[in-house]
Design a protein around this ligand. Structure first.
Ligand SMILES: *Cc1c(COP(=O)(O)O)cnc(C)c1O
Length: 448
């Protein structure tokens, strides 16, 4: 049977069928109907039979459903990587979400001094908590840590030299490269030392009249092992003081607590950086801090004040939702309840004995087994660190990649990882409220 373009239903016919299946804005429905009809034409051109009106309107309906689906959706992170940048890094605490919700729903005193009835500053809201949690003189929040670094370099080193160790002039991820940020800030990079070894003399020899600062960058997403050398922060601080130049410390994750208490290797804390003599310490809000995306700059009072008054502070400022979430997150540290409250720490604190039964339920649902593995911190924190965990390891006739893809088609999508021909699901990064969804999806895909 040969079919012709005349067998393809009209836009009107498709629309009338669509109308019986829900109410869509007319313009969107017409667009979807036209797209589906165009696909039918292509099929006829390729020598296939023309789809009927039901099939075409079903496709138009699917196009509309897709349009109505938010682009940003929640997913279930079963990768075991706690700070997955591609999955949005740190999930927020209940306290942070409540604070964000309230700030979102209502008006706030964002830049208003309620007692005095006069204009206030949004920066005031985070200042005291940053001081209290880090011991710094002063603190400021901007859009993210990349912005914090760009701003600090622009304000304090534009047109001048900044000394960085060759082993630290690195790419942090997402195309964020220290040399590029330096160039964009208007500062000139002076690289010293070698990839594996840099001594304090290397810095000292590079200091000229044009030097504005020494920048230290935490090697947050890689390790240099073996024949290595790197000066202590204190040595660099002494050198910087002697020459009247600044010492900036980009910590990346910027931990406020001792990671060794969680069974992972020590990650430098913000306090250590400040005590070590950094004049400004920069870190992210959504890495190990466990809060919203933000770049936090803490350190010497007059330097922070200079940044706060700079026009870039306006361009890079955080919004009320970020301030609300950041304050709530910092409050958990003040209360000493971060382990219970902040998901990043709660997840890290889980012992593998607690994870084994959850992994076992998933493994049994899919006829797989449980295997010992490691959960990683990720997000450019503690590159070597990880915590022992149990994963469900599933095999599928059609292959591990097929299974990982099928899990991603669930709603919400379940993100697993593939290792040595098996699909692994780590319960550490899955909220317990999602355990049932994971089991049900595995059963639907593999259950027998
Ligand atoms: C992650 C990271 C950054 C960038 O921080 P964002 O908050 O993602 O902008 C900068 N420096 C270091 C050392 C990092 O680890």
């Amino acid at each position: 049977m040969s079919s012709t373009f005349r067998d393809i239903p009209s836009v009107e016919a498709v629309l009338s069928e669509l109308r019986d299946n829900g109410s869509w804005p007319h313009a969107l429905a017409v667009e979807a109907a036209r797209t589906a009809i165009e696909h039918a034409r292509e099929a006829v051109r390729a020598g296939e039979a023309a789809p009927d009106v039901a099939a075409i309107s079903a496709e138009a309906g699917a196009i509309l459903q897709e349009l109505a689906r938010p682009s940003l959706r929640r997913v279930v992170n079963a990768t075991g990587v706690i700070l997955q940048t591609n999955l949005g890094r740190a999930p927020l605490s209940e306290r942070a979400m409540t604070a964000m919700g309230e700030a979102a729903r209502d008006y706030t005193n964002l830049e208003f001094d309620v007692e005095g009835g006069s204009r206030g500053s949004r920066h005031e809201h985070v200042r005291d908590l940053l001081r209290r949690t880090t011991g710094a003189d002063d603190g400021l929040a901007v859009n993210n840590n990349a912005a914090a670094l760009l701003m600090a370099l622009h304000v304090f080193a534009q047109g001048r030299e900044v000394i960085v160790s060759r082993g630290e002039a690195v790419e942090i991820g997402g195309r964020f490269r220290i040399p590029d940020v330096l160039r964009e800030s208007g500062a000139r990079l002076v690289e010293v030392g070698t990839t594996n070894r840099t001594y304090v003399e290397d810095y000292a020899n590079a200091i000229t009249e044009d030097t504005a600062a020494i920048l230290r960058v935490h090697r947050s997403n890689f390790q240099v092992t073996g024949f290595t050398a790197r000066p202590e922060l204190g040595e660099l601080a002494a050198l910087a003081r002697e020459h009247g130049i600044l010492l900036l410390d980009d910590l990346g994750s910027g931990c406020l607590v001792e990671t060794a208490d969680y069974g992972i290797e020590h990650e430098p804390t913000v306090r250590e950086s400040l005590d070590g003599g950094a004049e400004l310490t920069l870190f992210s809000g959504d890495k190990l801090l466990g809060g919203p995306q933000a770049g936090l700059i803490v350190g010497r009072g007059e330097l922070v004040e200079t940044l706060r008054r700079h026009p870039l502070a306006r361009a890079l400022r955080v919004d009320k939702l970020t301030i609300a979430a950041l304050n709530a997150t910092l409050m958990a540290y003040v209360s000493g309840t971060e382990r219970e409250e902040i998901p990043v720490w709660s997840m890290l604190a889980l012992e593998r004995e607690q994870l084994e039964p959850r992994a076992r339920v998933w493994a049994e649902a899919g006829g797989g087994r449980v295997v010992e593995s490691r959960s990683m911190i990720g997000g450019g924190s503690a590159p070597g660190a990880g915590r022992p965990t149990w994963c469900a390891a599933l095999g599928a006739e059609r292959g591990a990649e097929w299974l990982a893809g099928a899990l991603r088609e669930a709603d919400p999508a379940i993100i697993a990882r593939v290792e040595a021909g098996e699909t692994l699901l780590d319960p550490r990064t899955v909220a317990e409220r999602d355990d049932g969804h994971v089991s049900a999806t595995i059963t639907a895909l593999l259950g027998r």
